[in-house]
Design a binder for this molecule. Structure first.
Ligand SMILES: *Cc1c(COP(=O)(O)O)cnc(C)c1O
Length: 333
């Protein structure tokens, strides 16, 4: 492995490597060997993919002496929840600016799931109608806190920038070592594509390996998402001072996106039911459910190449969807 991350300060927030788990009943169903990378499991705040990014982002915050972290996300943001949890653990003040961009309302969506956990971790929660309003409010808030003598850091949506993506450069090395133990060389990596930091890190970290990548979009259509991913890859490579790898082995698809971010489709509920029913593993309706819907229904996978499905977490957000989940998951007669 060519990429070293030792020059970057990293605050340990997880235990690595996470499990790479065989999924025999799922593999049997789709006729391909599937391994699940359990990045949903960990000791911090019900865990998920944002932990890896926060290790680097908060490492940098420690370097600059930040005492307050401000971040943004949709109401049921997993990133916001994990930032609040990490801040609690590190003794930092945390303020969240959450936006109501998803067409969902009601007690479950507004008060349960990640919203409940944000409060549990002691974050100050502000809400705004749109992402644009939240972004300008977060900057104002940071200025206000600085004027009051605090050292405030604003972390971008999803913790996605070149530095945050290093968490997934590290994850790629982890996966490579775990596959090597099993004598697997070639692999197809599947992970949901949101704010692109996860995918960018995996592509940069895995670019020298015989891997291909499949990124089902959960936030926007394939074309703008592919452009966003390509920019995030460049940012990540810049931080490392290396050349950006090509996107040749990267597929970005929006075939399971549905109506948009945070809006689960019938296929998503079915995917949740399938993975839970076959492996006892809980997916989420916003990210991993859409990625799993793709995994379960795509037809173009090479027959002999094992699939690594990156479980990025998010199950705590499932409870925010309780009424519609219950309706969709009701057992068939
Ligand atoms: C944020 C998130 C993603 C998407 O990761 P990005 O780096 O934003 O693309 C996937 N799954 C879960 C559960 C997430 O919370």
């Amino acid at each position: 492995m060519g990429i070293t991350l030792t020059g970057f300060r990293r605050i340990p927030l997880g235990t690595w490597p996470t499990l790479l788990q065989e999924a025999p009943r799922l593999s049997e169903m789709i006729g391909r060997r599937v391994l699940i990378k359990r990045d949903d499991v960990g000791e911090l705040g019900l865990a998920g993919n944002k932990v890896r990014k926060l290790e680097f982002l908060l490492g940098d915050a420690a370097e600059t002496g930040a005492d307050t972290v401000i971040t943004l996300g949709a109401l049921q943001s997993n990133h916001a929840r994990l930032t609040a949890a990490a801040a609690a653990r590190l003794g930092l003040r945390c303020e969240l600016v959450l936006y109501r961009s998803v067409p969902r309302s009601g007690a479950a969506y507004e008060e349960s799931g990640n919203m409940l956990l944000d409060r549990l971790f002691g974050a100050v929660v502000h809400t705004r109608a749109t992402r644009a309003e939240a972004e300008s409010f977060a900057e104002e808030l940071a200025e206000k806190r600085r004027a009051a003598g605090r050292n405030a850091l604003v972390i971008p949506v999803g913790g996605s920038n070149g530095l945050g993506s290093l968490g997934y450069v590290a994850a790629a090395a982890e996966i490579e070592a775990q596959l090597r133990e099993r004598r697997i060389e070639q692999a197809r990596i599947i992970a949901p594509l949101g704010s692109c930091g996860t995918a960018a890190g995996l592509v940069v970290g895995g670019s020298q390996l015989p891997w291909s990548f499949d990124f089902p979009c959960v936030r926007a259509a394939a074309e703008p998402s592919r452009t966003d991913l390509s920019q995030m890859i460049s940012q990540t490579a810049d931080v490392l001072g290396i050349e950006a790898p090509s996107m040749e082995k990267v597929q970005v698809t929006d075939r399971t996106l549905g109506a948009g971010y945070g809006q689960p489709t019938e296929g998503v509920w079915q995917a949740l039911r399938t993975i839970a029913g076959r492996e006892g593993v809980v997916l989420d309706p916003v990210y991993t459910g859409k990625a799993a819907h793709h995994l379960l229904t795509a037809t173009e996978f090479e027959p002999d190449v094992p699939i690594v499905f990156v479980h990025t977490g998010g199950a705590s957000g499932l409870f925010g969807y309780a009424p519609e989940a219950t309706r969709s998951l009701a057992p068939n007669e």
